[in-house]
Design a protein around this ligand. Structure first.
Ligand code: ATP
Ligand code: SF4
Ligand code: MG
Length: 336
């Protein structure tokens, strides 16, 4: 699919672009066939912006984040596209250059923080290791910095937390420790894959507040993946709605809630209105297509009440429909 995200859209003006993904295509090379999992993703984040990616299970959210960080493992393979980080295409870097960027400028946190922390090292050992590699800090200086980082992410009693192992932390504490680790290299970009999903509602809210504070205090640009429109509403500036490996709509959060333009987004929001604001997204009628049987034309057409002949044969481009608002639907004008 051709990239049509408007480079001059309003949200870009006046500040630096940290991330721009252009027409990113990813395949999984399985023994009997290659499956196209990302069918041309376009995404952008300005410095200090928090951009959400929302979509049903299997839509390609995690594969998108892993591809941006070049952490996608075989059989996954980036087939084409560009991932511009501060203007540099990450897809052109060799493994060593990429490791260095990942360790220092791009960090990633995951859904299950306890499982993501190394179980055989204490929090202190993990933090001090990263500080040694990236800041050259050792001994007392590293301990002081590690305690500052733990305090910065709101962990009380950093002395005690430094000595603890993953299994000795609650889910919320473990996510804060993961975030401290992610911040220890002072990254410009944080990729957060469902950072609140495994946590109870009160702790979810605290982690959202922490991510907002990191943006305010450190101007940290964030890509936040979630199933939850409540998280999008509280945390994000912009949101991309993903479906079957494509972005179907991308806009400022207020626009998505006030005037969603894509039938899929409307369906998700209508389901949310039925089940309550702070729940995971509800499935709308019909099944997410199996990617190995990707429908021709608009990927949403088998579930779309508005589908016409053109929808079954021609892939709609993600086009700008208003300043900063992008929709991939042949009929967006008629349906507006
Ligand atoms: N190792 C793999 N081998 C083959 N296919 C894979 C592999 N990992 C992911 N996929 C496929 O890629 C697609 C996108 O997966 P991805 O994990 O990105 O979805 P997601 O949107 O993050 O879903 P969830 O909300 O459940 O986390 C899925 O259809 C999945 O089947
Ligand atoms: S392109 Fe057609 S099938 Fe796809 S969402 Fe729009 S109206 Fe529905
Ligand atoms: Mg995922």
């Amino acid at each position: 699919m051709h990239c049509s995200l408007d480079l001059d859209s309003v949200h870009r003006k006046g500040s630096a672009e940290v991330l721009r993904v252009e027409d990113l295509r990813v395949e999984f090379c399985l023994p009997d066939e290659d499956i196209l999992v990302l069918a041309g993703i376009d995404l952008a984040a300005m410095a200090g912006q928090i951009v959400g990616i929302v979509g049903e299970s299997g839509s390609g959210k995690t594969v998108t984040a892993l591809s941006i960080a070049r952490l996608l493992a075989p059989p996954g393979r980036i087939a084409s596209g560009r991932v511009l980080f501060l203007g540099q295409d990450l897809l052109g870097l060799d493994a060593a250059q990429m490791r260095s960027i990942r360790g220092s400028q791009i960090s990633m946190i995951f859904q299950n923080p306890r499982a993501s922390l190394n179980p055989v090292f204490s929090v202190g050992k993990m933090l001090k290791e990263v500080l040694k590699v990236h800041s050259g800090l050792q001994g007392r200086a590293a301990t002081i910095r590690a305690k500052e980082l733990l305090a910065d992410v709101g962990l009380p009693d950093p002395d005690s937390v430094l000595k603890r192992y993953a299994h000795q932390l609650s889910g919320g504490m473990a996510q804060r420790a993961m975030i401290a680790l992610a911040l220890s290299s002072s990254p410009a970009l944080l990729l957060a894959d469902e950072p609140t999903t495994a946590l109870d509602v009160t702790i979810q809210h605290q982690i959202i507040q922490l991510l907002l504070r990191l943006r305010q205090e450190h101007n940290l640009t964030q890509i936040v993946i979630t199933h939850n429109f409540g998280v999008i509403a509280e945390l994000c500036d912009r949101v991309a709605v993903m479906y079957a490996g494509s972005i179907l709509e991308e806009a400022p959060v207020a626009k998505i809630f006030d005037s969603p333009g894509h039938p899929y987004t409307r369906g998700l929001l209508a389901a949310r209105a039925r089940v309550g604001r702070h729940t995971e997204i509800e499935n709308i009628p019909g099944q997410v297509p199996e990617l190995k049987n990707r429908p021709d034309g608009c990927p949403f057409h088998p579930r779309c009440a508005h589908a016409r002949d053109i929808c079954r044969v021609k892939v709609p481009r993600l086009e700008q429909t208003a300043p900063g608002h992008h929709i991939a639907c042949h009929r967006w004008q008629e349906l507006a």
